[in-house]
Design a protein around this ligand. Structure first.
Ligand code: FAD
Ligand code: DHB
Length: 393
């Protein structure tokens, strides 16, 4: 078996693993990143698109923000539509001038991969981590199977950044963690379309047929989502049905139409919440989706993942530069406080914007909540601060 020695073995080349690698590399801390999928796959995987103010600053400080600053779209407001009536929330005005940047997750991934490969820092694609072991020793081990056969990486710390179905969280004995979980009775059908966005700002819509979201990626590419039943099959949604339903749910009297175009990408994602606590077992530290999942309403998933890594990098730098493990010992508790705030925000946004199909009492409550969210300055201020910068508050 091939042997590698490093300080930090990072499992997973999603936004969390790649940013952690970059932050450590900038401080000269030796690390390797191991990714099961191909480079092409991770660079094309279309997912989230909204970057919080503080997380955009984090990417800049990691010297990974140049293209985001050039190509990302800075938004100062967001629109909420409720049964055909439009309300604008002036995010920046209510959140001390801060704004969101609309920039696709796969662009963040591409930028971080390019930086790493250009600097010649180890990044193994097509390499499936099958074992994480010896976590209660000073020399934890990660084994993977790749082009070069079986490889054994011995580190001082393992960072589990391999998403919710990865190997990291499964390497923690069941008795050593608690898993909090909630499934929502909805999925999101998402499309990427070659169509100029019919809006300058994102639109979240609550319609009696269900939820809809109008987002974008560039002046010529729109990203749209429909809330659908959890057992809905993609094959039952023709292009025509998707566009018709989006149009119905997003229409207002002034804007009855949206721009349509060829669908470039489509998928259905189940909606759930998971929190794994603690986010540490021995020398293994979980970050991002490996430790928690939020429902997508409110766009917190990638932001949470990157904010975990900001914390983990800080703690690892203190360990390796100053031999101080206090931040590392506090890592899980520090992150979980923020993670539960994000769960609360995302749950609230989800419930407020997805009508129940069978509980009209619930619908009455949701309408009242939504009305307050778009008419009370205090409620709009709280929503704006959380939407724009929850992970840095
Ligand atoms: P990931 O991006 O999942 O990266 C984990 C990496 O680990 C992957 O590249 C995976 O291939 C790799 N890996 C897994 N197992 C192994 C192994 N055994 N060995 C080596 N590598 C391994 N959030 C939003 O805010 N808005 C959205 O619209 C949105 N849409 C989403 C759609 C989908 C289909 C999914 C799954 C998530 C979506 N999210 C969305 C959530 C957001 O994309 C995630 O929160 C974000 O990707 C988390 O980053 P991460 O680096 O923690 O995990
Ligand atoms: C996007 C995704 C979200 O979950 C969200 O709340 C807003 C925008 C997006 O993919 O652009």
């Amino acid at each position: 078996m091939n042997e590698i020695r490093t300080r930090v073995a990072i499992v997973g080349a999603g936004p969390a693993g790649l940013l952690l690698g970059q932050l450590l590399t900038l401080r000269g801390i030796d690390n390797v990143v191991i990714e099961r999928r191909s480079r092409d796959y991770v660079e094309k995987r279309v997912r989230a698109g909204v970057i919080e103010h503080g997380v955009a600053q984090l990417l800049e400080s990691a010297e990974a923000g140049a293209r985001m600053l050039r190509e990302g779209l800075v938004h100062h407001g967001v629109e909420i539509r409720s049964d055909g009536v439009s309300h604008r929330i002036p995010l920046s005005e209510l959140a001390d001038g801060r704004a969101i940047t609309v920039y696709g997750q796969q662009e963040v991934v591409k930028d971080l991969v390019a930086l790493r490969l250009d600097a010649g820092v180890p990044l193994y694609f097509d390499s499936d981590v099958t074992l994480i072991d010896d976590l209660n020793t000073d020399a934890p081990v990660v084994e993977f199977e790749g082009d070069q056969g079986r490889v054994r990486v011995t580190g001082e710390v393992v960072a589990g950044c391999d998403g919710s179905f990865g190997v990291s969280n499964r390497s923690i004995p069941r008795a050593e963690l608690r898993r909090y979980e909630r499934t929502f009775p909805f999925s999101w059908l998402g499309i990427l379309a070659q169509a100029p966005p019919a809006t300058d700002e994102l639109i979240y819509a609550r319609h009696e047929n269900g939820f809809a979201l109008y987002s974008l990626r560039s002046p010529t590419v729109s990203r749209l989502y429909l809330g659908v039943a959890p057992d809905e099959k993609l094959d039952d949604w023709s292009d025509e049905r998707i566009w018709d339903e989006l149009t119905v749910r997003l229409a207002t009297e002034e804007n009855p139409q949206i721009n349509v175009g060829p669908i470039l990408e489509r998928g259905i994602t189940a909606m759930r919440s998971i929190v794994i606590a603690p986010m540490r077992y021995g020398r293994l530290f979980l970050a991002g989706d490996a430790a928690h999942i939020v429902p997508p309403t409110g766009a917190k998933g990638m932001n949470l993942a990157l904010a975990d890594v900001r914390e983990l990098a800080r703690a690892l730098i203190a360990k390796f530069e100053d031999h101080d493990e206090r931040l590392l010992d506090a890592y899980s508790a520090t992150c979980l406080e923020r993670v539960w705030r994000a769960e609360e925000f995302s749950t609230n946004m989800t419930q407020m914007l997805h009508p129940s199909y069978d509980d009209d009492f619930e619908n009455g409550i949701q309408r009242a909540r939504l009305h307050q969210a778009v008419t009370s300055r205090e409620a709009m201020t709280l929503l704006s601060r959380n939407y724009v910068d929850l992970n840095s508050l």
